[in-house]
Design a protein around this ligand. Structure first.
Ligand SMILES: Nc1ncnc2c1ncn2[C@@H]1O[C@H](COP(=O)(O)OP(=O)(O)OP(=O)(O)O)[C@@H](O)[C@H]1O
Ligand SMILES: Nc1nc2c(c(=O)[nH]1)N=C(CO)CN2
Length: 199
């Protein structure tokens, strides 16, 4: 007989509680990889991108593992010349948060930088999109995974390819091939601008 059973002050733990705690432990010891795209075309774009990266790192259950180079990109999906150009980057995180909580956190980061939602694809101080979460595929409009337009966007694929050359986009194939198909027009590297991996 072990010590627990011989101690009359220790109550048995119900099996359901043991299962719940074990499940949480598995999630905590098995963080998932997620790819997050950042874009900004209003205000101090570089400072805002760095602020968003730092805010992600400050999230319990999120660790930023890689930060891509910065690209200056033509606004996608709107009339040419109608908006300032974007700075775009991608970060890879490891997270113990489920996808829905990661999206909530992404929205909180957008709000912290005073993003205003006025029109579809309107100019913004910051956009935080979840490009991919592990191999999850979901057509839920609240959180579609992978991001439904990521495969069409060189401003997402180019920086992602820089940090993960072998990456694949679930349901679409290798990022390198997708990028080769759509090309890099309007997506210019900005080696003079640098984002830091949080310490
Ligand atoms: N993978 C995803 N990442 C972020 N938001 C998503 C995702 N899938 C669905 N959404 C939903 O899309 C809604 C609109 O997002 P948002 O305002 O950032 O769109 P947008 O950046 O203007 O355009 P786009 O979705 O084309 O990037 C969000 O409220 C969110 O619930
Ligand atoms: N170049 C560029 N264009 C966009 C971007 C973006 O981040 N970069 N984001 C959009 C909505 O998510 C719409 N258009």
């Amino acid at each position: 007989m072990n010590a627990t059973h011989s101690d009359p002050t220790v109550q048995p733990v119900p099996a359901s509680v043991v299962e719940t705690v074990d499940a949480a432990d598995v999630t905590l010891s098995n963080p998932k990889r997620a790819v997050i795209a950042l874009g900004a075309n209003l205000g101090n774009r570089l400072e805002t991108l760095q602020g968003a990266i730092d805010a992600l790192e400050d999230t319990p259950g999120v660790r930023v593992k890689a930060v891509s180079p910065v690209y200056e990109t033509e606004p996608w999906g709107v009339a040419p010349g109608s908006q300032p150009s974007y700075l775009n980057a991608v970060v890879v995180v490891k997270t113990t948060l489920p996808p829905s909580s990661l999206l909530e956190r992404a929205h909180a980061v957008e709000e912290a930088f005073h993003r205003v939602r006025e029109e579809r694809w309107g100019a913004r101080t910051i956009d935080v999109d979840i490009v991919a979460y592990a191999d999850v595929v979901s057509d839920d409009p609240v959180l579609t995974l992978p991001h439904p337009r990521a495969h069409q966007r060189a401003f997402v694929l180019a920086p992602w390819h820089d940090v993960e050359p072998e990456a694949r986009l679930a349901g679409h194939g290798p990022v390198a091939e997708l990028l080769a198909e759509i090309g890099r027009t309007g997506v210019e590297p900005r080696p003079d601008l640098e984002l830091r991996l949080p310490e």
